[in-house]
Design a protein around this ligand. Structure first.
Ligand SMILES: [Zn+2]
Length: 67
């Protein structure tokens, strides 16, 4: 299941909050998935993770939270 945006196909996620700061995602809010943690992170915590782990390991993928 996914959504078409103007220029890319973005998968949806049912993960409802950021794994780092535990901020709840709003319906249709974008977040960042990494297989490294098998979890989703908000945009602020993506930057935190990039400082913690080399982003070539994180391989970020944009996701959209759907209730
Ligand atoms: Zn966060």
């Amino acid at each position: 299941m996914g959504l078409m945006t103007s220029d890319q196909f973005v998968k949806t996620t049912s993960i409802s909050y950021c794994a780092e700061c535990h901020k709840d995602f709003a319906d249709n809010e974008t977040c960042n998935y990494t297989w490294y943690e098998n979890d989703c992170f908000c945009h602020d915590c993506k930057e935190i993770m990039n400082n913690r782990v080399n982003d070539k390991y994180l391989d970020w993928q944009l996701r959209i939270y759907k209730k």
